[in-house]
Each structure stands twice: as structure tokens, then as C-alpha cells.
Design a protein around this ligand. Structure first.
Ligand code: HEM
Length: 127
């Protein structure tokens, strides 16, 4: 019997719900909203594609946008430790709200925390 990849274990419906809940928090977060577009529709669409492949599902992001080069794509934005923490807080709350629990949540959140850490490109001081 094959172990499902995390994408299949979470399921597309919950993953999409999670990302929509996440961006509704980002839009209201005082440290995050200023660096994001006002309309997050396209941002959420790309994140659904990206996190699908990040969790072992089909390579939807790469098929449309090429190699993710995630750190490079974040360089135009000042990603401070404070903003990385805020990003992860929005994600934790979104996971709470959509009911993602247990080992799958711990695995997913841990990987996101490592990736968020890797995105930091600006020190906190004065920001
Ligand atoms: C795009 C901020 C972490 C995945 C963006 C954008 C911003 C941003 C401002 C541009 C949105 C737009 O113009 O549509 C941040 C901040 C983070 C963070 C403050 C805190 C550490 C992450 C993490 C991931 C991620 C951890 C993935 C696990 C993406 C993707 C895009 C994106 C896939 C779309 C890239 C594209 O334009 O094709 N992020 N991000 N980000 N972010 Fe992040």
C-alpha cells in the first residue's frame, strides 16, 4: 500500500481553503499588508499552485511560471525576521481555522517555518 504524498493527505479542498484563510489574515496584518498587492486574488492563485507542488502534488507552479526561485522572487520585498514571524502566525491561525491538525500539520508547518527563515533578506532594525 502506498503512503499518500502530503498533498493527497491534505486534499486540494483543504489546501485551497487554508490559503484563502491565510491571505485574508495577511490582508489585515499591519506588518504584511503594506508589501502585498491590494488584490490578493492572483497571489493566492500562485500560492495554491506552489504549495500543491511543495507538498508533492502536480507541478502546477513550475508548469506556468518556471523554476520557483523563491528567495530571488522575494528579493524585491523587505522580508524581515518580524515579517517572517507574522507570515507564520497568519499560517498557524489559518491552520487552526480550517482544522488542519496532527502530524500532517506539524510536518507542513515545520517545512514552512524553514522556508520562511530562508526568505529573510533584511534585518529588523528600524522596520
Ligand atoms: C509572493 C511576502 C514567505 C511563497 C510573495 C509576495 C510577497 C511575499 C510580498 C508578492 C505577492 C505578489 O506580488 O503577488 C512574503 C513574506 C514572507 C513570505 C513577508 C515571510 C517569510 C513565503 C513562504 C513561501 C512563499 C514561506 C512558500 C512556502 C510565495 C510564492 C509567491 C510569493 C509562491 C508568488 C511568487 C510569484 O510571483 O510567482 N511573498 N512571503 N512566501 N510567496 Fe512569499
Amino acid at each position: 500500500e502506498n503512503t499518500p504524498v502530503p498533498f493527497e493527505a491534505i486534499g486540494e479542498a483543504m489546501l485551497h481553503q487554508l490559503i484563502d484563510l491565510f491571505y485574508s489574515r495577511v490582508a489585515q496584518h499591519p506588518d504584511l499588508a503594506p508589501i502585498f498587492p491590494d488584490d490578493l486574488t492572483e497571489t493566492a492563485r500562485k500560492q495554491k499552485q506552489f504549495l500543491t507542488q511543495y507538498l508533492g502534488g502536480p507541478p502546477l507552479y513550475t508548469n506556468e511560471h518556471g523554476h520557483p526561485m523563491l528567495r530571488a522572487r522575494h528579493l524585491p520585498f523587505e522580508i524581515t525576521p518580524k515579517r517572517a514571524a507574522a507570515w507564520l502566525t497568519c499560517m498557524r491561525e489559518a491552520m487552526d481555522e480550517c482544522g488542519l491538525e496532527g502530524e500532517l500539520r506539524e510536518y507542513f508547518f515545520h517545512r514552512l517555518a524553514l522556508t520562511a527563515q530562508h526568505m529573510i533578506n533584511t534585518p529588523d532594525q528600524g522596520k
